[in-house]
Design a protein around this ligand. Structure first.
Ligand code: SF4
Ligand code: SF4
Length: 447
């Protein structure tokens, strides 16, 4: 990876029409469906059964295995079923809860009072908070880096560089108190000296509000960043905010840095303020098919259909439904898919906007290589994926460092031939992960 002195990036149209809209609470949905894999690690394990009565914030699935996270009831009511769930990616099980409409709070909740780092991490673990900007990596696992090495700098990611999404923006405007509380917690338990809140310049109100809030705190710096995509990507933000570069296979923490999404920080702080684990979040609902785009406060596990209803319905037939933004978001094929912990936005495009231009042959213009913020070569990935010999394919993909690709989609965006580079990169990354796991298992089996 060779980050350039000036990292390549794109000037994208922002389409952030909801930025000025305060988040409004959606009506209590009739039911929620909570998948067990709303985080990046191993799926959670249900601890309730059909017929159980549950209350808001009650543990319904415990964390299980590596980088897992617990799941809590997001409405009060009755568990109707524990059933297979497949929308939007990996197959898993999900807990369906029929709401009683009361939103009765779990009586067992209490405000955590940790006294040292280990206790703090255990509490963060209980909160169920994961990377809420889309990554879904459990926050406790990220903060646990502080057990091994000193974290001198905490980068708080408020860049929100994707078009359409404004949920982090609203969080920064509406929950400055919790950002302050979150930083106070990190100061106390991680002992980090420097806190940088990176915000794109297209959010001047958030920059002004947080600059004013931390005016007398020399440890906290609000850093306005150019409004370019993918400013919020880990490697890009790190470089632009600190000048540091994380090498292949290197952990951020080894540089003394962690990056935490601003909403993740706020939800962590909320748990230490109210005792309520992660049960709701702000979701931006946008796109050409949506009648009244909004920022909604919604219980996790409600359906995209519920969001649409709260936005006055659809004005046109949906052509594409996306979790997240138009660049890095994942497509889902049904309005019945659940809002997940990391669902910062749902973008619903009409058929015309969703239409794909037919790809034509590569003209070897090199634009995809020039635009890649990490200096990768997506055409080499594409050529490798055409090889039938899997060992040869894997060798090229490893040499070209496909595993570094962050699937930002910049290469696809600039390709004049409309080659499906991002999709190909994603398939190549899946292939190499599977290949490397198989090789490791083969090696262990032959011992
Ligand atoms: S999707 Fe991957 S290869 Fe394409 S620009 Fe982004 S990081 Fe580079
Ligand atoms: S941008 Fe498209 S046409 Fe140009 S080299 Fe890359 S894949 Fe080929």
């Amino acid at each position: 990876m060779s980050l350039k002195k000036t990292i390549s990036s794109l000037k994208l149209p922002h389409y952030k029409g909801t930025a000025g809209m305060a988040a409004v609470r959606m009506a209590v949905p009739k039911e929620v469906l909570l998948p067990m894999n709303m985080h990046s690690g191993q799926a959670a394990e249900p601890v309730v059964a059909a017929g159980d009565h549950v209350t808001v914030g009650q543990l319904i699935a415990r964390e299980e295995g590596r980088n897992s996270a617990p799941v809590h009831a997001t409405v009060s009511g009755t568990v109707k079923a524990i059933e297979p769930y497949a929308a939007g990616g990996r197959k898993t099980t999900a807990i369906r809860i029929e709401s009683d409409g009361k939103m009765e709070k779990c009586p067992d909740l209490s405000i955590p009072e940790p006294t040292n780092l280990d206790e703090f991490l255990a509490c963060v673990r209980e909160s169920g908070v994961v990377g809420l900007g889309g990554a879904a990596f459990p926050v406790w696992a990220k903060l646990a880096a502080a057990q091994k090495s000193h974290i001198s700098t905490v980068l708080i990611n408020g860049a929100e560089c994707e078009p359409f999404i404004t949920s982090d923006h609203r969080v920064m405007l509406e929950h400055g108190d919790l950002i302050e509380k979150g930083i106070a917690l990190l100061k106390r338990f991680l002992g980090s000296e420097e806190y940088i809140i990176g915000i794109e310049k297209n959010k001047p109100d958030a920059i002004a509000a947080l600059t004013e809030r931390f005016r007398d705190d020399p440890a906290v710096r609000v850093m306005p960043l150019d409004s370019v995509y993918p400013q919020g990507a880990k490697q890009v933000l790190l470089y632009n905010a600190t000048g540091k570069v994380v090498g292949p296979g290197q952990r951020l923490a080894s540089l003394g840095v962690i990056i935490i999404n601003v909403t993740s920080l706020v939800k962590t702080a909320e748990f230490f303020t109210t005792g309520m684990p992660l049960v709701e979040r702000i979701v931006t609902v946008e796109g050409s098919a949506v009648r009244e785009p909004k920022n909604l406060i919604v219980p996790i596990g409600c359906s995209i259909r519920d969001l649409v209803e709260a936005c006055g319905g659809l004005k046109e037939e949906p052509g594409k439904i996306i979790y997240g933004g138009a660049m890095m978001g994942k497509t889902v094929d049904t309005l019945d898919a659940s809002v997940l912990k990391a669902t910062n936005a749902v973008v619903i495009m009409n058929r015309k906007d969703a239409e794909k231009t037919k790809p034509s042959p590569c003209i070897h213009c090199g634009r995809c290589v020039a635009v890649c913020p990490l200096g990768l070569n997506p055409t080499a990935f594409a050529r490798a994926m055409e090889l039938e010999d899997e060992a040869a394919r894997a060798a090229i993909l490893q040499k070209e460092q496909v595993s570094l690709c962050m699937e930002c989609g910049c290469c696809s965006y600039v390709c004049p031939a409309h080659r499906p580079l991002a999709e190909n990169n994603s398939a190549a990354r899946r292939f190499i992960r599977g290949w490397e796991t198989a090789q490791k298992e083969k090696k262990e089996g032959s011992k």
